[in-house]
Design a protein around this ligand. Structure first.
Ligand code: SF4
Length: 328
């Protein structure tokens, strides 16, 4: 039986942190066991904010290398860079011409991002959900793993597929979103989403000592002031991290001993650090190997792009023919 196709992407801005790893990448690797997975470093999406060209190029390669080190290897999925397959922007333009502007102005992320980047509210910020729709529909993906903040964009993708199909004939499946089951890890401040721009991130390739320093000073249950105060793990971001990295028995022990004040926060964090490093150490070793061998990473991306072009070209031929755009 043919496996369903999954598509997902990650922006090559900043470093890949624990929030990305737990919320998306770890899940991607699991999905490769069941689905035909296409993962993309979405560099076109990243240029809605200004980038330094040299650093940007390095960031793209670093992101790809980190993804491969995490397990999105060519043996189990397809990994490529968005700008290597030109059909993404071509299909996005077509969708731009089919979509009422009001549909885009309603997007919560557009409102948020135009607040964040008041000095650079470019048209790309408004239309990037249609580039996202093109990314997904270009490969007729049926499943898109997303966080809750992206559901609105997948709804728009579904509407875009419907709009095209009803006007030009059945072409695109309407993809379903797949919400991550893992709890959301906040930044080291315990309050806001983990993000390099907020300076509250823990990079997955940071040395163990740097990760420990960030955990050591990370905010816990703020009501737990003295070591003897009972804590509440349900409101502690470090406990959420335990749920992502520690074995079941450790999670259960922390849950009980935090409430009874049998365990202090520093000991709790030491256990967490050990468990995080147990999982990250092999990833860090593979990433270091990839950095020594950038030719390998480039080769994986080249192979991924070739495969994606072979899927995208006939789809775009079909789209152009249905729309009356003349072939060569
Ligand atoms: Fe959080 Fe652990 Fe401290 Fe409890 S003991 S408040 S779970 S860091």
């Amino acid at each position: 039986m043919e496996r369903k196709r999954v598509f997902s992407g990650i922006q090559p801005t900043g470093i890949i942190h624990l929030g990305n790893y737990v919320g998306a990448i770890k899940n991607w690797v699991t999905l490769t066991k069941e689905y035909d997975c296409i993962f993309c470093v979405v560099d076109y999406h990243a240029i809605t904010v200004q980038q330094d060209p040299e650093a940007f190029q390095q960031g793209i390669l670093r992101a790809a290398n980190t993804l491969i080190a995490c397990g999105t290897t060519p043996e189990c999925c397809t990994l490529f860079v968005q700008s290597h397959v030109r059909e993404h922007t071509e299909l996005a333009w077509i969708f731009n011409c089919l979509t009422p502007i009001g549909d885009l102005e309603r997007m919560t992320q557009f409102k948020d991002k135009s607040q964040q980047h008041r000095d650079n509210i470019n048209a790309g910020l408004l239309t990037y959900p249609l580039l996202q729709a093109a990314d997904i529909l270009l490969y007729r993906a049926q499943i898109v793993p997303v966080g809750e903040d992206q559901v609105q964009h997948i709804e728009l993708t579904r509407r875009t597929a419907r709009r095209f199909n009803s006007r030009f004939g059945e072409t695109f499946p309407e993809p379903d979103w797949l919400l991550s089951q893992t709890p959301r890890i906040m930044g080291t401040d315990g309050k806001t989403k983990m993000s390099k721009s907020l300076g509250n991130e823990i990079g997955i390739l940071e040395p163990p000592e740097a990760i420990w320093e960030k955990l050591r000073t990370a905010t816990t249950d703020e009501n737990r002031i003295r070591r003897t105060d009972p804590g509440n793990p349900d409101i502690c971001n470090l406990y959420t991290m335990h749920k992502a990295f520690s074995p079941a028995e450790t999670i259960a022990v922390v849950n009980v001993q935090c409430r009874s004040a049998e365990i202090g926060c520093i000991d709790c964090k030491k256990m967490l650090h050990e468990n995080i490093m147990r999982e990250l150490a092999p990833i860090q070793a593979r990433a270091a190997e990839g950095e020594r061998n950038p030719g390998y990473v480039r080769g994986v991306l080249r192979q991924g792009a070739e495969k994606c072009r072979a899927l995208a070209a006939p789809l775009m031929q079909d789209v152009r023919a249905k729309m009356g755009l003349p072939g060569e």
